[in-house]
Design a protein around this ligand. Structure first.
Ligand SMILES: [Zn+2]
Ligand SMILES: [Zn+2]
Ligand SMILES: [Zn+2]
Length: 161
């Protein structure tokens, strides 16, 4: 999986929500991958450009179908794969294993999930460094940080206990 540049290192105006170059050229880039620029794909790109944070594939399908009832889930999922290949979105898995998509090209991170309140927090590379180093040193295993989702209890829920 491709490493994204850190938030601060990116030039301004290159996030997905601002009609950036990466979205503007998406038609050409899909074309290079042998995918036609169809109204359904355009709808998905429009929906993504207006979304921030995490969104599930099912939610994207639903939002696309609200705008264009001819959209099929397979079109949405296939296009999401290509957009991830192009580095425009990134997926991780929620505690239930479901794929969720990040629509901003943010730095790689893992997630904490509170099983009591359902809250989600991001774990950055610096915060995860000790854990990742231990896995690498003791097991020779390189953890894919974007696929690290840990379930537990957040501070608020612990103190409410
Ligand atoms: Zn995955
Ligand atoms: Zn909680
Ligand atoms: Zn996240």
């Amino acid at each position: 999986m491709r490493q994204q540049p850190a938030e601060a290192a990116r030039p301004r105006g290159h996030d997905l929500s601002s009609g950036s170059d990466s979205w503007a050229s998406i038609r050409d880039r899909l074309h290079e991958r042998g995918l036609r620029w169809t109204p359904q794909r355009r709808t998905l790109v429009d929906v993504l450009a207006r979304t921030s944070g995490h969104v599930t594939g099912a939610e994207l399908v639903e939002q696309c179908r609200a705008l264009d009832p001819t959209t099929t889930p397979s079109t949405v999922y296939r296009t999401l794969d290509v957009l991830e290949d192009l580095g425009l979105i990134r997926h991780h898995h929620g505690v239930d294993g479901r794929e969720e998509f990040h629509v901003q090209p943010i730095a790689e991170h893992g997630h904490l999930h509170c099983r009591a309140c359902g809250g989600t927090w991001e774990i950055g590379p610096a915060e995860a460094a000790t854990l990742l180093r231990a896995m690498e040193g003791e097991r020779g295993f390189t953890v894919d940080l974007s696929h690290l989702t840990m379930s537990g209890l957040c501070r608020d829920c612990r103190s409410a206990d």
